[in-house]
Design a protein around this ligand. Sequence first.
Ligand code: ADE
Length: 238
Amino acid sequence: MYIWTRIQQLIHLTMRIDILTCVPNLLESFFAHSILKRAQQGGFVEVNVHDIRDYSTNKHRTIDDYAFGGGAGMVMQIEPIARCIQALQADRNYDEIIYLTPDGELLQQRAVNQLSLKGNLILLCGHYKGVDQRVRDLFVTKEISIGDYVLSGGELAAAVLADAIIRLLPGVLNDETSALTDSFQDNLLAPPVYTRPADYEGSKVPDILMSGHEAKIEEWRYEQAVKRTRERRPDLLK
Ligand code: ADE
């Protein structure tokens, strides 16, 4: 495992994701388990979580202040975020600096696919009323929302985005083809799946899946995917 990790790093196959947050604990456990843990151990991705408070020059480590012009809610200041980003940029170039925000571009599989081809990404998590607009104007290259609802911070959104990207990196999933047959690849929802028992209290698995006829099974799966998409997400078929 170690040698493979080193080789991947040498030929720059390891994606690097740096996440900037003022609540690092929220994210650390998320990346310490399951597929995301294995992806890091296997050298497919390196995830680093940075506490923006470490870049505050204030003895109370504050990183927010009142909004100019008044109004409820605090705004995250530019200086600590700028210092953190510049410290990272001193060591490497970043392909994208992504700000997670409800007014960003709605996340779709297509964008996830594209981001999975990048080398180095910064994900910036906002809190309170968000970040000073100048952070967005001067540093951020992409703004992403994970849905039309407001979370209490960008951390869960960053975790969602990182998870969706990392599982696409070649070698991360055991079954190489399984990411290709996910919902939304091909603009289709995934077909139903079954496992043992073949008969659960009279509720049976479709005969075709037990037939061993590969071509017919593929055809059935495609039809089911189209049917499900037409019923649940007709907008995808347009
Ligand atoms: N921060 C708060 N809500 C969010 C959302 N829906 N998407 C991305 N970042 C967010």
